[in-house]
Design a protein around this ligand. Sequence first.
Ligand code: NDP
Length: 245
Amino acid sequence: MSKDNRKIALVTGGNRGIGYQTALQLAQQGVHVIVGARRIEQGNEAVQQIKQAGFDAEALQLDVGDSASIQAAAAEIGKRHGRLDILVNNAGILGDQVEKPSQQTLPSWRQVFDINLFGLVEVTNALLPLLHKSGAGRIVNVSSLLGSIAQHLEPGSSIYDMKFVPAYNVSKTAVNAWTAQLAYELKGSKIKVNTIHPGYVKTEMNQGGGEMEVPDGARTSVQMALIGDDGASGSFTHLGETIPW
Ligand code: NDP
């Protein structure tokens, strides 16, 4: 298939971890992948690895915490491709860990929200015009089970006692809530937006302490990036299973 006929995807934070695997797996599915990376050298390295594996990709400098970088990236994608078919909002940070939720400092709350929520919203809004030019735009917001209010309130749930990154948890709840807002705006359009939990995945974010291998951790993002026209919008899932909000 020629490059022009292939879907074009941007994966933020695509240089390592779940983002890199998402980029690789999308490339393996015949998608032309743009690897968004805060540091372009790391984006270039990821692209080299994808190319060495026999697939196609390109790198793009994108710091989701920097408006100028976001605007420049959107303009560059417009110039290079004229549209965007898939946006995977994967970049994220954990922030400081605390003993009790009330101990998280305000600077720490702001830092986490700047990247996990405001960055994601700004990237999405900047790219919406290009997604509207796609015949079947897909937005995947990489959230977390830790964003589930229902599970946080449920004694005995797997996350009930996981209150040591409150800013992170609440930022992911906000990502879910934003997904619902945007899904409403996009109903009737060709764009679908969904939020996902990748699983508890062995990446640098948790110093390799997860349960799933990274390739498996990318599967939900890839699945939702490639859903058909009859697929969901405004859902919160993990590997096809609905997660309580
Ligand atoms: P990693 O820490 O391994 O990777 C995080 C990625 O985000 C890196 O590419 C990093 O880039 C990028 N990033 C951070 N800040 C910025 C920024 N300002 N601009 C652009 N990119 C940035 O984490 P994971 O792969 O584990 O996490 C990926 C996503 O999955 C996150 O949203 C995370 O919250 C979510 N998630 C992860 C889980 C897990 O168990 N691992 C569980 C649930 C959700 P750089 O290399 O430059 O730092």
